[in-house]
Structure formats: structure tokens, C-alpha cells
Design a protein around this ligand. Sequence first.
Ligand code: ZN
Length: 319
Amino acid sequence: MNDVSDLYTQARTWVGKQATRPTTARDPVNVPMVRRWCEAMGETNPIFVDADAARAEGFAAPVSPPAMMEVWTMAQYRPGGRLKDDSIPVLELFDNAGYTGVVATNIEQEYDRYLVEGDTVSFTAVVDDVSEEKRTGLGIGHFVTIRYEFTDQNGEPVGRMLFRVLKFKPNLAQAPAPAVADDAAKPAFPHPRPAITHDNAFYWEGIARRELLIQKCSGCGELRHPPGPACPHCHSLEWDTVQASGKATLYSHVVMHQPRLPTFDYPLPVLLVELEEGVRMVANGIDLPADKLAIGMKLDLDFVEIEPGYLLPAFRPSR
Ligand code: ZN
């Protein structure tokens, strides 16, 4: 494994260079894809899907929602991960050095004009910056900034995007001492840790006692989750907690295939659980493989000890 300073030096050599190969959208701007994106986003402006509405606003044809600019050029989904050709080598450098965590921290887009039905978008991407090592709530890591320039089929600029991610090592600082004496038995990658803040500390302290606490507004009595400083209903900053009964139903779920982080088993079901108190939370399942998941099924709260002293709430099928 690279020494951290070597890694930084190596990563810095990418600054100013192409971050990934230039890419052209696989499909021109088209109404069927726009319609589905608008439905998913709750976007109802008719100029995106209706030729008459677009013409009334002075456009030759329906236009693409500006925020879809990058969507047209996204790499093809592949169960095995990105094609080598679509990879971003500067990010792989960090992956290979154990900085397996990734979180997007900034996305800024600028648009020069609306993309119109039939336009074909391309981009070029340049590594703009790699930060020194930073200590963050998620773990130590480096911010990597990539700038994308988008053009149309005539090579004319249509917009640009700044994209910054934090590549981090899952938090070692908060991990308890391993319970095993044998070095060979230590996990190479610790399970990712929650970022514990002033606002959510009560929740994690409850979990450590095997209690699932729900925040309750002292102003209006509304329950809320995840924890936050203010009530979204009445804006009161005063709150108390109630302990969840542990009875719940499966509201929805996804099954994660990618990206694959060490310490998790894939495919990985991720549950959206509705507690009987009415709030929803994201949680892991116990004895719940993907093919056993059924929306509406009854669930019971339990706790999983990921590492000694580190518990997570999880839900198992109700008996
Ligand atoms: Zn309230």
C-alpha cells in the first residue's frame, strides 16, 4: 500500500489532465427519456414534453430540463461495475490505497442554452484539484475536483459542471479496539461508522443501550426521524424523545449491487421501515434475503452488534 504522502504526490500528477475519456451521449435528447426523468423528479413544466408548449415559448421542439445535461452522458449501468474505459483513474488510485469511501460534496452546473430534442451532448473532463489529506466526520480523505465541459453535436459549448467528491478511509479513529488478539483475524476494512453530531448523539446513545429513540417535538408533538435540530412542522427547537415499540412494517426497499464496499455482503437489501409510531427509517434486515422482501410485511426491531460495542438497529420478519 502507498504511503499517504506518496499517494498525494501521485494523485496531484493528475491535476490538469483528462479525468476520463471524452464521452458522447448514447442517445440524442429525446422526449421519452425526458418524460421519465420529469416523472421521477416531480417536474411538470410542459415545455419538456409537449411540442406545442415548447413552441409557445419560442423553442423549435421540446427541450431537456437543464439539470439533465449530465444525465445524457452517464455511463452504462453494468452489474460488474464500470467499464475500464469509463473509469476515473485518479479516483481508482484512492480506492486501491484503502480510501474506499466516496461521497459527492459539491455539484455546480452552468447552462449556456437549453438542449433541444435531437441534440447530442458530449463532455470532456479534467482533474481540477486534489486536496491535501483532510480529517472529516467520515474519516480521513482527499477532496477530488473534476471539471466537465459539455458541448453539442457541433462542438459548441452548452454548459459545464464542477464535481467534487471526498474519497475517504472509513473512520478508524472511532473504532473500538479489536476484540481479537490475532492480527490475521482483524478485518482489513472496518465497518463504516455514523458521523455522530450534537443533533444525533441521543439517537446513537439510545442504540448503544438497545433502545430505538424517536425525536418528539415539544411544541406540536410531531415525531420525526432522522434526528434534526428543528421541527419541520412548527420550527420549534425544543424536543424530547419516545422509545419505539419495535413493531414496524416494510414500507419499501432496494437491493444494492454496486458499489461494493468491503465488510458488506452483496446483494445487500436496504429496508425503508415504517415504525408503528408513524416515522420511517432506513435499516438493515436480519434473516431477510432479497427474495423474502415483501412490501407491507410485519417486522420486529432487533440490534446487530457489528463490532464489540458498536450496534446498529435492524429488522427481522415478525413471528
Ligand atoms: Zn413541532
